[in-house]
Design a protein around this ligand. Sequence first.
Ligand code: GLC
Length: 748
Amino acid sequence: MLKRICLSLFSFYHFLMICPAQQKTIDQKVDSVMQLMTLEEKIGQMNQYNGDWDATGPITKDGEKQNQIKKGYVGAMLNVSGAGHTRALQEIAMQSRMKIPLLFGQDVIHGYRTIFPIPLAEAASWDMEAIQKSARIGALEAAAAGIHWTFAPMVDIARDPRWGRVMEGAGEDPFLGSLIAAARVKGFQGKGLGNTDAVMACAKHFAGYGAAVGGRDYNSVDMSLWQLHEIYLPPFKAAAAAGAATFMNAFNDLNGIPAAGNKYLQTDILKGRWDFKGFIVSDWGGVGEMINHGYAKNSEEAARLAVNAGCDMDMESRSYINHLANLVKAGKVGMQVIDESVSRILRKKFEMGLFDDPFRFSDTNREKEQWDNQANLVAAKEMAKKSIVLLKNDHLPGQSTPVLPIDRSVKKIALIGPLVKAKSENLGFWSFDWPDDENRIVSLWEGVQKKLGKGATMLYAQGCDITDTSRLGFAAAVATAMLADIVIVSVGERRDMTGEAKSRSDLHLPGVQEKLIQALQATGKPLVVMISAGRPLIFNWTAEHVPAILYTWWLGTKAGDAMADVLFGDYNPSGKLPMSFPLAEGQLPVYYNHFNTGRQAKDDNDRMYRSAYTDLSIYPAFPFGFGLSYTHFSYSDIQLSRSSIRPVDSLRASVTVTNNGKFDGKETVQLYIHDLFASVVRPVKELKGFKQVALKAGEKIRVEFMITAADLRFYNDQLQYIYEPGAFEVFIGTNSRDVLKTAFQLVE
Ligand code: GLC
């Protein structure tokens, strides 16, 4: 037996060496490797272990990972990075009989060495080029550190900010979310797998995870297949179409079937209808958690259900490595099922060039080059500036100009609040801490200091903590404010308050921060509130009483520089909200693309016997697509090239956008449609296009969109993706509420 295996092994490598001329296809190479593998070695490729670093889920105790690597019983690791660390483990893998290289995966969600704004903040930029570049840089830095595979982009549509993972995605809209999903996949994979600066993308969490009941992480999801296809699947489809190398399934059950064991999702839709050629990894322990779901009686059944549903790799639950061999021998799992999964995994390893050179990503020289890449920091600052959303900017009584931007001639500026001097808080969730962060991360205080130099006096008071209820610092804060010409208040969340396993029932500014704002507002000093958070928060008093509000999310390594550029007008804020901001938790879920219902309230005076709360406005605090500018953009003269089109025609919709203000600025002009009557009800608005225009003060421009029948498609009750003739409204405007409207007919 051993002789036969050695001989065949020789012939395999002999085959690889002598055949380069014929450039055997990857599939042929995969087949050749598969033919030589034992069942246990094949199952080993389907097994992923966590490294020695922090886990992102419950750790299963098993100290002999390296022995299993040596036996060829591990296909991939996660939370292992560094050229040296990955090389060391890869060397162990090369001691295995088949010498199949390991894959190293990591959650490089918004940067690796250089941290970019959180993905929800980047989504507020609506700038696909910038978003793609952010992912590109994350890949560049991660690949230089030995990482082959990032568990990103997270593309879950999210309508409920009680769910902490909204920070990780692109918000509530399928159109915007799909564009961003594709941009991130292309950014991570760059010029294609096989380049040593390209990492495999991983579209996650497949699927429906963002619709967890009550916004409670890991909770059940129950929705119609119609809503699944109409709202939650489009970004995944876009990621697959963009060439995502892998998918990750989800912790949640969907309509009673846990995603890890969901054949409809993984095999029927992804691998079947979408013809996905990559592989699917479970989310941490998700295969084993099907026992907790009550879907699998034990780990063996969990392994059988998951692999037969199309889950190719088991992250950290050990269900596959412990049970698949017996299941195959017992005829409960077909060998072809194993071969299908293993071939998908091996194909990616070939595509990554790891069979040619298992150490090609573990290059300490390249790691050093990327370690302090100044161009990456410049890009991070640019992305951060574009992510900031101006929510309010009023004049003070008797003032001719609004509070922002702050004039550089200001003499005394007070910066007050628990986040003024924060450093690593700016990195947000899913980021990495490095020993030199104190020097690399720019706080708000430092950003303003650099901006003003010696020209102005900066005063500081913490005022309060982020979550603590003590008001002992208020007096000093008020006294500090009284000495200043203008007061900047920096409040929000700690970076660990929004993210995985961070669902919250109370979305108000934590602690006594809004009380601090009230105390400072009472001084009568011009006030600017900057809110740094990973999700939409509720701050109604502030929104009503404070003249200027910037939503600064978590902006990453160059946070302070970006905030200072915006505060002093060196960058005119252009961000637009990718999620609706609620007035109250009781209003959730609130989103713009809702149905009209049979009793839609026209406004807040029309709530009797309407689909409305008697004790709350029908509107969110800030609607999807909302974001102001230091200048003012007006919209006029909306036109359509025709009043009706046939399916073969295209329709030009246009509007004039004028910069009426004193500042040059960038505006994201948004186009929505409403299908007035159809075989299933349609949302009152659906984003179908947007264009970013840069206008100098006083300039105007004609902005045009082309609409075709394809843009009007939706899933009917048979799940056919179709358009239907009928009446449509077209809206073009500065957000999903403030729009101009016109109409057209789609005729047979
Ligand atoms: C976590 C997350 C998933 C992440 C994985 C590996 O639990 O749900 O998004 O990629 O584990 O860290």
